[in-house]
Ligand binder design. Structure first.
Ligand SMILES: [Zn+2]
Length: 343
């Protein structure tokens, strides 16, 4: 399989080098959609090169209360009713500016998922869903899970530029994961009830900590061809990240798996000893996130979802191996957002 070649139109974002985007100070306090220029040449590389570290840093900073979403308006936490509504306000505002029609999936009072659809260039009834939980345990929740929320927002930003898509995309931000996958369970059930044909679901949870700097990702419970597909794209797009397979459940991928959809979760090394020491603590803040790791993981997800949307074939001769052959580590749920442990 050769690396695919894409042509990005003149409206494309200026492509920044992602070789070493170490944590950098924020450049701007203005519009959250940083569009640092126009590139008119065609780009003989994959769509993942459009992933923009500075824009992602701005998204992450807004989710974590560092950067205002409007004058004098910060998101200090994403666990209270007010904090989660501010998060939806930021998502709605940003996605609307990108040209999306935002769908609010209010499954009960004061609880709602946000989603948008990016329709294929050729009409299709098939979908791929990319999602992350937007709530936190009433902390800044930078790693858990502003990192995933940022990755999905960046994917929604750049995959618009990919031409020739044959499958529709849904980008979703789930509410109340920390209370027991509540938002994603409601959304998965709703989409199943609608009879929506979803080929695969890519959940991103805690993809921001990389203590040893190896950029290794864990892929949890990859159904069907997903494990082999990620490994293939990792090579064909020359990203070459260390990938580990695990059997970790209790994140939003399980909600969709349980409704019969092929799914997986992408995260830092949650099982393999390189996960945030700030887990569910007030110290899970913006500065603790490895931005180069978050960018690298986002590039792999954008490249993979991009190829899936173009219907690049999966590798042949895949051997399906049961999930329980791989290590797992459970995550905690909170009975209510009031149970945040105090440091
Ligand atoms: Zn959590």
């Amino acid at each position: 399989m050769k690396t695919r070649v894409f042509t990005l139109l003149a409206s494309s974002y200026f492509l920044l080098s992602c070789a070493n985007p170490s944590i950098r100070p924020l450049q701007s306090q203005g519009n959250p959609n940083l569009r640092p220029g126009i590139q008119s040449q065609s780009v003989p590389q994959g769509i993942e090169t459009a992933v923009n570290p500075e824009r992602m840093a701005a998204y992450l900073a807004t989710f974590t209360g560092i950067r205002p979403l409007a004058p004098n308006t910060l998101i200090p936490e994403r666990g209270t009713v007010q904090g989660r509504e501010l998060t939806r306000q930021f998502l709605t505002q940003t996605l609307t500016e990108l040209g999306y029609k935002v769908e609010r999936h209010e499954y009960r009072r004061n609880a709602a998922n946000i989603m948008v659809r990016l329709m294929a260039d050729t009409p299709s009834d098939e979908y791929i869903l990319v999602g992350a939980h937007m709530d936190s345990v009433r902390n800044a929740g930078a790693d858990d899970n502003a990192s995933g929320s940022t990755a999905v927002l960046e994917a929604a930003t750049v995959l618009r530029e990919l031409k020739g898509r044959k499958v529709n995309l849904i980008f979703a931000w789930f509410d109340e994961e920390e209370l027991g996958l509540v938002g994603s369970r409601h959304l998965a059930r709703e989409l199943r009830t609608q009879g929506l044909k979803i080929n695969s679901v890519h959940a991103i949870d805690m993809m921001g900590f990389d203590g040893d700097g190896d950029h290794a990702l864990e892929l949890a419970r990859p159904d069907g061809v997903l494990w082999d597909y990620y490994k293939m794209v990792n090579q064909t797009h020359k990203l070459n990240l260390p990938l580990d397979r695990t059997n970790t459940g209790r994140s939003d991928h399980v909600s969709f798996h349980d409704e019969g959809y092929d799914s997986l979760c992408i995260s830092e090394e949650f099982t393999n000893g390189d996960s945030t020491p700030h887990y569910h603590r007030r110290s899970d803040t913006y500065e603790t996130v490895s931005q180069s790791f978050l960018v690298a993981g986002t590039q792999l997800i954008v490249a993979t979802v991009g190829d899936l949307s173009l219907k690049v074939p999966a590798p042949v001769n895949i051997q399906m191996v049961p999930h329980d052959r791989f290590p797992s580590r459970e995550r905690e749920f909170h009975d209510s957002y009031d149970n945040l442990p105090h440091d």
